[in-house]
Design a protein around this ligand. Structure first.
Ligand code: G3H
Ligand code: 13P
Ligand code: ZN
Length: 304
């Protein structure tokens, strides 16, 4: 069942759990995510970056996700992740995405407010939800390169939401995109998160939240993925973040690594095989396992 981001996230906010936003670029990722959500009766946000749109095409991503939504009882939101290009954002709103993110966090507050307000007005007209971002999340964000993490300022967050009317807010509390988030154990600024949650009482979003679980990283390394000293946000930190107000958790890197590990393993073990279905099926299964684990950690199991 297709759903708006707002309907999914407001419910999560009232129930103090988080819903996963999982990035897709192709059919296998989507099927793996939907299978996991069906199994565990969890709502889900299917995230498409501008890069994913460029790779797969808008029509394909939309039709695939609509088909998935029509064939499941769990609420499915089709979301634009890290929208920086106004033309792409406009197209998503007009083509049937049920949520868009305007990522103008790399601009100063005034410009971020101005661009976000513009998107909110276009999107709300069509019953499309809007996620905005304030502060700087580390790592490479699609076409936005942000190296230094600047925590979200709670005062500015209150002013920003008040002035823009966005439906959810991505906060910077120490995470970064990609596989190398921390030198060692995860370090998140829960004081900033608690303060924003206390004052805003609205759905908050955690980007750069992949867990880089040890068993998955070891498997990937064993079959040749070069990951260096990969460290993610461990499950305990994720649970704590959910407890203190995070309602949407973005995951891309973990799924990419699962895909890579499974494909490489299959190809190494079956060098004579060239049937793509045989190569991709184990990857789809492993992505599903990763998503199921995360759904349990986020607390969205049974919330569909
Ligand atoms: O935050 C970014 C997501 O991981 C999407 O990455 O822009 O390479 O598709 P991408
Ligand atoms: P990861 O790189 O930690 O998976 O973060 C993904 C993300 O935030 C997508 O918007
Ligand atoms: Zn992100």
């Amino acid at each position: 069942m297709l759903a708006t981001g707002k309907s999914i996230l407001d419910k999560a906010n009232r129930g103090r759990y988080a819903v996963g936003a999982f990035n897709i670029n192709n059919m296998e990722f989507l099927q793996a995510i939907i299978n996991a959500c069906d199994n565990l009766k969890s709502p889900v946000i299917i995230a498409t970056s501008q890069g994913a749109i460029k790779y797969a095409g808008m029509d394909y991503l939309k039709c695939m996700t609509y088909t998935a939504a029509e064939n499941t009882k769990v609420p499915v939101c089709l979301h634009l992740d890290h929208g920086t290009d106004m033309e792409v954002i406009k197209k998503c709103i007009n083509m049937g995405w049920t949520s868009v993110m305007i990522d103008a966090s790399h601009y100063d507050l005034e410009k971020n407010v101005k661009l976000t307000k513009k998107v909110v007005s276009m999107a709300h007209n069509k019953n499309v939800s809007v996620e905005a971002e304030l502060g700087t999340i580390g790592g490479k964000e699609d076409q936005v390169s942000a190296r230094k993490i600047i925590y979200t300022d709670p005062d500015k967050a209150v002013e920003f939401v008040d002035r823009t009317g966005c439906d959810s807010l991505a906060v910077a509390i120490g995470t970064s995109h990609g596989p190398n988030k921390f030198a060692g154990k995860a370090k998140l600024n829960f004081d900033v998160l608690k303060e924003i949650d206390r004052r805003l009482k609205m759905p908050l979003v955690l980007h750069g939240a992949s867990g880089l679980p040890k068993d998955l990283v070891s498997l990937a390394k064993k079959w040749g993925v070069k990951l260096g000293n990969a460290h993610g946000v461990d499950d305990t930190s994720i649970r704590k973040a959910v407890k203190h107000g995070i309602n949407k958790i973005n995951t891309d890197t973990d799924l990419r690594i699962a895909f890579d590990a499974a494909v490489r393993k299959y190809l190494k073990q079956n060098p004579a095989d060239f049937d793509p279905r045989k190569i991709l099926a184990p990857a789809r299964d492993l992505i599903q396992q990763v998503v199921e684990h995360r759904i349990r950690v986020f607390g969205s199991k049974g919330k569909a």
